[in-house]
Each structure stands twice: as structure tokens, then as C-alpha cells.
Design a protein around this ligand. Structure first.
Ligand SMILES: Nc1ncnc2c1ncn2[C@@H]1O[C@H](COP(=O)(O)OP(=O)(O)OP(=O)(O)O)[C@@H](O)[C@H]1O
Ligand SMILES: [Mg+2]
Length: 114
């Protein structure tokens, strides 16, 4: 969880020049959800699947300037899926991105009974 959050928050701060980065947490339908929302450059629809692949970065000058290896999201998605969860993005170019992590809440039986 910490690894995923560090990655998502790190990206949001790295790519956002003006505006805000918000982190929201909620429990919805048995899932723990965390959304990291930014007002950065956004990601074109054609690139939204690509960025979850290893070593893939959107090929623009901003990414090149800001560095990184292109591994953060691939690793984050893999960790989310290993926990039975998902990691997705919604984004509009020019207005920002929201990365949403959903992980099932598996309560320990005696906690559930209490
Ligand atoms: N919040 C964001 N806003 C805009 N583009 C993003 C955002 N998060 C990720 N991206 C795009 O997705 C690419 C892949 O992100 P990822 O976290 O996998 O790699 P990275 O940040 O470039 O490098 P690393 O995480 O390995 O240091 C980024 O290089 C960037 O092009
Ligand atoms: Mg990253």
C-alpha cells in the first residue's frame, strides 16, 4: 500500500506545475479506495493503457525532463492485483488525472463478529 501511494503521490507532485494534488480515501462496496487526483498535464486516452507497462513513459518533453524509469505504475498495478485489487486512471489531457486504487477489505473473522 505504501509503495503504491508513494508512487501515485510522487507522480502527481512530479507532473503537476500548478493547482493541487488531492488524496481521497473511502470504503465503497467492500473495497478500500484511494484516489490521487491532480491538476497536471493529463494523459491522452491512447497512452492510458501504455503507462501501466514496464519502462513506458508518455513521450513528451515534460516526462523526459522530469526523469524516472517508467516502472512505478507497472509495479503499483502488479501489487494492487496481487491483493485482488485494481489500479486505474481517468484523465483528460490538459486538465489533470485521477489514479484510483481499489483493494478488497478482507476483515479478519473475529473482527467481523465483534
Ligand atoms: N499524474 C500524472 N500526470 C501525468 N502523467 C503521468 C502521471 N503519472 C504518470 N504519468 C505518465 O506515466 C508515465 C509512467 O509513470 P511511472 O510512474 O510508471 O514512471 P515514472 O514516474 O516516469 O518513473 P518511475 O516511477 O519509475 O520513477 C510517466 O512517465 C508519465 O509519462
Ligand atoms: Mg513514477
Amino acid at each position: 500500500m505504501t509503495q503504491i501511494l508513494l508512487n501515485l503521490a510522487g507522480n502527481a507532485v512530479k507532473f503537476t506545475e500548478t493547482g493541487a494534488v488531492d488524496i481521497l480515501a473511502d470504503a465503497v462496496d467492500g473495497n478500500f479506495e484511494i484516489a490521487v487526483r491532480d491538476t497536471g498535464p493529463g494523459i491522452a486516452s491512447k497512452d492510458q493503457a501504455l503507462i501501466f507497462e514496464e519502462f513506458q513513459q508518455v513521450d513528451n518533453s515534460s516526462t523526459r525532463q522530469k526523469g524516472g524509469t517508467g516502472l512505478g505504475l507497472a509495479i503499483s498495478k502488479r501489487i494492487a492485483e496481487m491483493h485482488g485489487g485494481t489500479l486505474d486512471v481517468e484523465s483528460v489531457i490538459g486538465s489533470g488525472s485521477t489514479f484510483r486504487l481499489k483493494v478488497p477489505i478482507r476483515m479478519n473473522e473475529d473482527v467481523r463478529a465483534a
